[in-house]
Design a protein around this ligand. Structure first.
Ligand code: ATP
Ligand code: MN
Ligand code: MN
Length: 308
């Protein structure tokens, strides 16, 4: 890790002002016709994608999945800055614990890549205010053996329910098996809600969606209750809970990224594996379907009254 005041050494790779050690280290090994992805490529991705990532990550506590030896090596969650952590990372105070890692700019993202940080998992809070939720995440987890088309129908059902409550849901891939339906909410003094209300709302909506179609949905955490269903995981919405950030890579085979979609893309045949670090440069040239995410925020209070 770089130390404060460090000058880039000659011949070293420097990205966004961060000196990159072992730039040729393979983080995602080659697979089939897909070439390996190195640390140099990861940090360049963070630099290129910073404008898309930062609105969803900046100034919120963030957990990082680090895999300094690549996805086949040891992986660990890091929440707190460690001695020697890069000075481009900001510390975010939360009331009862050690400060969390925070990112405020492209240098912070690249510093995370430099330390082998492959995944970004922010809280769903308002930037600069860990005690105030500013979004709700419905994490759709399909049972093994389900088709992605089933996840698509499920996401549409959740969308419909949320729209009926006057909310503006957005949708993203996770870089894994499911989808996340994410609702921006207002977090100003008049509209703000508590974390308990946020979780209670997510639970109540999930229960209603399940009750309307119990053959396809479950809200029971136990794996054995899932039998061929989509688990509506509402537990992403408590204080300190995280969800993978839009555009975050995943430390899994395939180098998938959690990709923001337009609802128009969410239809039969969509292949979430089409969104990977290999395609990132091309994907970044397309318009951002989440450009108006924040503008979609409304107060949760009326909807909360209806369902809780
Ligand atoms: P998938 O589509 O494969 O389910 P996912 O990102 O939704 O991908 P989940 O296991 O459903 O994966 O978890 C949802 C979110 O909860 C993650 O994005 C992560 O932020 C958080 N999470 C899950 N497990 C942990 C954990 N052990 N520690 C911290 N956060 C976790
Ligand atoms: Mn999930
Ligand atoms: Mn889950």
């Amino acid at each position: 890790l770089a130390v404060p005041g460090e000058k880039p050494r000659k011949g070293k790779l420097v990205v966004a002002g961060v000196t990159i050690s072992s730039p040729d280290k393979v983080l995602w090994p080659a697979a089939g016709d897909r070439p390996a992805i190195t640390k140099a490529e990861l940090v360049r991705f963070y630099e290129m994608a910073a404008e898309r990532i930062l609105p969803h990550v900046a100034d919120r506590p963030v957990s990082i999945i680090r895999a300094p030896e690549g996805i086949t090596g040891q992986k660990f969650f890091q929440r707190h800055a460690m001695p020697g952590s890069n000075p481009r990372l900001k510390l975010i105070d939360v009331k009862e614990r050690k400060p969390y890692i925070g990112v405020v700019d492209v240098g912070g993202l690249v510093a995370i890549g430099q330390s082998g940080g492959l995944e970004l998992h922010p809280w769903g809070c308002k930037p600069g205010d860990p005690e105030t939720p500013d979004q709700i995440t419905f994490d759709l987890d399909p049972d093994e053996g389900l088709d992605f088309d089933d996840v698509i129908s499920a996401a549409k059902a959740v969308k419909k329910k949320l729209e009926a409550l006057g909310l503006n849901p957005f949708v993203k891939t996770t870089g894994g098996k499911g989808l996340h339906v994410v609702v921006p909410i207002l977090a100003d003094a008049k509209s703000r809600i508590e974390w308990d209300q946020c979780k209670a709302f997510a639970k109540a909506v999930s229960e209603r969606v399940r009750a309307a179609d119990p053959d396809h949905f479950t809200t029971t955490l136990a794996k054995k209750a899932r039998g061929g269903k989509i688990f509506l995981d509402y537990l992403r919405n408590g204080r300190m809970a995280t969800a993978v950030a839009p555009w975050s890579p995943r430390a899994r085979p395939g180098a998938g990224i959690a990709f923001p979609l337009s609802w128009g893309q969410v239809r039969k045949g969509l292949d979430p594996r089409a969104f990977t670090l290999h395609e990132a440069e091309a994907l970044l040239k397309k318009p951002d379907p989440w450009k108006d995410f924040r503008d979609g925020a409304v107060s949760l209070k009326p909807a909360l009254k209806k369902v809780v």
